[in-house]
Design a protein around this ligand. Structure first.
Ligand code: NAD
Ligand code: IPM
Ligand code: MN
Length: 365
């Protein structure tokens, strides 16, 4: 038996609901492949604020660092929205990403044939979309200094942030993206705002320089405003996209909707070494929290990414991916992806259906 330790960070809102069902799926998929997990649940985000007064307690970060992988639900909620910056759940998440040094955030957006009708885009636009957003995660305007609040010459309050990238930060995320593009369809589109921003000018220059190491990958550059438009005009043109922290945040939410719902999109955050962090790209969905309405598939698919990218357990990962397809084939849908003729289920029941399919995997198409 192989043994792995997983730190679970359920967080806030729908976080505990989606982590509960995902844990069971991970457990079963593992056991069927001779893997035993030990799970350690730690407080994070608003839950940690209420419990300990900080959004990322030291014990949570140190437990995460010692684990083989980390699975996060989501953090944030109305209750803490007006907190000072250092006491926001979101600050805890940024501290976690920074603390784990997970600079590469992989956000795949795949339109499953089962869900073409759930997309808000026309069938012929959405059908067959299969792209990967590689988002830089520990730099840029999220972390750049100077930042803060102040007062300008007119005595007016100001808030300010700095978009800053150093060569090594661009080079390493570019290499991750080229490696991924190489294993996909060999096309990499770097998205920036190099017509206006110095940080983007350096970004474009460095990505172009790194391209010489990957002659087999076709590199293109696109401005972010155009990319936002192209994503809904003709998303099939994209294979792998590499972009900075904030553009990647926005474009991946946009890309999620092509697939039918933000409740479908998983992510993997990886560093040079140490455990990876795996989380859905969506937030804590306070509007549906506690109602058993959340789509757990983004988190379940994040668990599959945990197995694949975090632990190298491809077979167990495949089991989960197949189980998700199988469950969709059977017509089970949470509200966000529901359409006529399907079976509307809640978060728990969706999880139970996936569990059944993990146990008896039918080779799903
Ligand atoms: P959100 O992603 O939480 O929700 C946006 C919309 O999508 C809502 O209508 C929500 O109900 C729906 N939705 C999201 N996930 C869903 C799921 N799994 N199934 C069905 N519907 C789903 O974004 P928001 O409303 O802008 O933010 C809410 C809170 O979450 C904020 O505090 C924000 O800071 C936080 N947030 C956290 C993360 C994270 O933990 N990684 C990511 C994004 C936002
Ligand atoms: C995400 C979220 C976070 C981000 C927030 C909650 C800090 O939107 O994971 O996409 O902006 O990275
Ligand atoms: Mn986001």
């Amino acid at each position: 038996t192989k043994r792995y330790s997983i730190t679970l960070l359920p967080g806030d809102g729908i976080g505990p609901e989606i982590i509960f069902v995902t844990k069971n799926v991970l457990k079963l998929a593992g056991s069927l492949e001779g893997i035993e997990f030990s799970f350690q649940e730690m407080p994070m985000g608003g839950a940690a604020l209420d419990l300990t007064g900080v959004p990322l307690p030291e014990e949570t970060l140190s437990a995460a660092k010692k684990a083989d992988a980390i699975l996060l639900g989501a953090i944030g909620g109305y209750k803490w929205d007006k907190n000072e910056k250092h006491l926001k759940p979101e600050t805890g998440l940024l501290q976690l990403r920074e603390g784990l040094k997970v600079f590469a955030n992989l956000r795949p957006a795949t339109v499953l044939p089962q869900l073409v009708d759930s997309s808000t885009l026309k069938k012929d636009v959405a059908e067959g979309v299969d792209l990967m957003v590689v988002r830089e995660l520990t730099g840029g305007i999220y972390f750049g200094k100077p930042r803060g609040f102040g007062i300008n010459e007119k005595g007016e309050d100001i808030g300010f942030n700095t978009e800053v990238y150093a060569t090594h930060e661009i080079d390493r995320i570019a290499r991750v993206a080229f490696e991924i593009a190489r294993k996909r369809r060999g096309q990499l589109c770097s998205v920036d705002k190099a017509n206006v921003l110095e940080a983007s000018m350096l970004w474009r220059k460095r990505v172009a320089a790194i391209a010489s190491e990957y002659p087999d990958v076709e590199l293109s550059h696109m401005y972010v405003d155009n990319a936002a438009m192209q994503l809904v005009r003709y998303p099939k043109q994209f294979d792998t996209i590499v972009t900075n922290n904030i553009f990647g945040d926005i474009l991946s939410d946009e890309a999620s909707m092509i697939t039918g719902s933000i409740g479908m999109l998983p992510s993997a955050s990886l560093g040079e070494s140490g455990p990876g962090l795996f989380e859905p790209i969506h937030g804590s969905a306070p509007d549906i929290a506690g109602q058993d309405k959340a789509n757990p598939l983004a988190t379940i698919l994040s668990a599959a990414m945990l197995l694949k990218y975090g632990l190298g357990e491809e077979n167990a990962a495949k089991r989960i991916e197949n189980a998700v397809l199988d469950t969709l084939n059977k017509g089970f849908r949470t509200g966000d992806i529901h359409s006529a003729g399907n079976k509307l289920v809640g978060c728990k029941e969706m999880g139970e259906e996936v569990l059944k399919s993990v146990d008896s995997p039918i080779l799903a198409a």
